[in-house]
Design a protein. Sequence first.
Length: 249
Amino acid sequence: MKIYTKLSREIKTCVQLGGAGSDNLRLRLCLEKARKNNVPKHIVDGAIKSGLNEKDANMEYIGYEGYGAGGVAVLVDSLTENKNRTAQQVRTLFSLHKGQLGTSVQWCFEKKGVVNFTIPMSHSKMDIIYDNLFEKVSDMDGVEDLKIEPTQNDMEKEFLECSLFCSPESVHNLKSLLDTEKTNIEKGMNITIQNITCEIGQVPTSFIEITDPEVAESIQNLIEKLNDHDDVQNVYHNALFNIPEEQDE
């Protein structure tokens, strides 16, 4: 799988740049991402070993900024050994999907720590679940906000995907707190908390509502093609899709 290759390369680079110790925060986050994406242990271990044996890192992290269709802000994180090649290819993808690379959009985002976990779908109303869960986690040191979204896993079972937001510096402590408080929260709400992971990402400070199906398709195609690119690690955007359902005539 392509995600395995991308994460293996990133793990190797993290080790080359900062070693394999627990004090390498970039590596810790990368290992969290690998766990979230079910990367097999032998691939992770092989990438770490390769990074320790090959000390000269020829990869570098490069960020790109631009706008997609409809004025949607897009940030792209890449890991590349040839920044000129990657820049040209990313620029082409933006152009092909009615976007423009090179305009600063970082002001549309804020760097945040995010602790993700899932709970089973409930028949309760979403606002009740939100209020009850936020009451349980709001006293945990570092929590700034909570987001809950319906999702499905590979078995097509319905879950609620929950995200706790905090400062980037607090993300590992917050994950540890959630691990510690997990049992109490589960008992208090009669739920099961699963798949706890953490990351540092770019969170939109405002959103662009997209109601035009053609514009939505251009944005979604751009995001898909960027994510498919071998050198791209993360793609962030501030689109809020709100496509009206077609009415039967």
